[in-house]
Design a protein around this ligand. Structure first.
Ligand SMILES: Cc1ncc(COP(=O)(O)O)c(C=O)c1O
Length: 257
């Protein structure tokens, strides 16, 4: 018997009807970008994650980039990350003008947090880390949290390959100020960690006049505009999710729940 590594036909037989209905719904609505379908997707994901905000963006690469920018990255900032990931992880850092600093993996192939501690101790200027939960496996979230506290880190967790994964009962994405998910997990979105219980990560709160991180993310994905207002973010980008993609993902995810 041949067992395929990936059998997308099997997936289609499970979710095809819901997917076609979702496409039909979006087409009939005439609303292809953002809109109600994306809002439904965002609230389904936020409630699955137990958080007040999830913001849909174009793809996982955008989620990491926008997450870093929401956390205040500036050109030239160094970002610790792993060399073993999809290229999108590093590309997101580079698109912000950041400088990737690769730290080797541990025996399981995940970012080695002991090595990170060494690098951070020797380089006190490094504030950003993008750990990757690879192949469905979690980075040790307790050690990551300890590092965050010790070095006052801004963390975007790359959850693209591990959206529902847990470490000792704790879900991925609960340590970084931002969690990013991508196409492999079926979701392209940004999840914002409510450190103070109100959905406002501390970095965003410190930046007066720019609203919460959720608001900032929404503004950034829409070319730095919110209604008639233009914001001073230097390069707003058009990374708005397509309604049809998100409605398909919601249909498919619902079927697999
Ligand atoms: C670990 C990881 N990070 C980021 C991404 C980027 O996601 P997307 O392809 O949606 O841009 C991927 C997707 O391949 C990934 O596997």
């Amino acid at each position: 018997m041949t067992v395929l590594l990936n059998d997308f036909r099997a997936q289609w037989s499970a979710v095809g009807a819901e997917v076609l209905a979702a496409v039909d719904r979006v087409g009939a609505s005439g609303w292809y970008i953002l809109g109600r379908e994306v809002e439904r997707f965002e609230s389904a994901l936020a409630s699955a994650w137990g958080l007040p905000h999830a913001v849909g963006v174009g793809n996982g690469l955008d989620a990491i980039e926008i997450g870093l920018r929401c956390l205040g990255i500036r050109p030239g900032d160094k970002v610790l990350t792993t060399p073993l990931s999809a290229f999108a992880t590093t590309l997101a850092v580079m698109r912000c003008g950041g400088v990737p600093v690769f730290v080797d993996t541990d025996a399981s192939g995940l970012l080695d947090l002991d090595r990170c501690r060494n690098v951070l101790s020797r380089n006190p200027g490094i504030r950003f880390v993008v750990p990757v939960h690879l192949y469905g496996h979690c980075v040790d979230l307790e050690s990551l949290e300890a590092l965050r506290e010790e070095f006052d880190l801004r963390i975007v967790e790359d959850c693209a390959q591990a959206i529902g994964a847990r470490f000792r009962g704790r879900g991925v994405g609960t340590v970084g100020q931002v969690a990013a998910a991508g196409a492999d997990s079926g979701f392209q979105s940004i999840r914002l960690r409510p450190r103070d219980g109100r959905g406002t990560p501390p970095v965003a709160r410190a930046r007066r006049g720019q609203g919460t991180s959720a608001t900032r993310t929404r503004i950034l994905r829409g070319r730095a505009r919110a209604g008639p207002r233009r914001f001073g973010f230097r390069s707003g980008i058009a990374r708005r999710p397509r309604s049809v993609e998100r409605s398909i993902q919601r249909a498919a995810a619902g079927k697999h729940r």
